[in-house]
Design a protein around this ligand. Structure first.
Ligand SMILES: [Zn+2]
Length: 99
């Protein structure tokens, strides 16, 4: 293999490893983790209101990444929370650190 081919191969390897990492990060949340998030949250939105109380909504709940996947957040339980669709939407309109 000459130097140019070698460099091409290195770039391809780097590209492949980055893609593999990206695919791993973006993998779907496992059923087991989803169930655990619902159980832990008591099937209720986990958002704290400004009053300090917890949101009482129990419908249209979605498993949410506390740190968004796009910002490097993963599918581990510590990064997952249950939010109602309203709080999920409010959150997605803000940048991390703003809430
Ligand atoms: Zn809520």
């Amino acid at each position: 293999m000459n130097q140019t081919e070698d460099r091409k191969q290195n770039l391809q390897d780097l590209f492949d490893s980055k893609n593999a990492l990206e695919l791993t990060r973006r993998a779907a949340i496992s059923t087991q983790n989803r169930r655990e998030v619902w159980r832990r949250a008591g099937a209720r939105c986990e958002q704290r209101l400004t009053s300090g109380e917890r949101c009482s909504r129990t419908h249209l709940l979605q498993v949410d990444h506390r740190i968004p996947v796009a910002w490097g957040g993963g599918n581990e339980l510590s990064n997952l929370q249950l939010l109602c669709s309203t709080h999920n939407r409010v959150k997605s309109d803000r940048l991390p650190g703003e809430y």
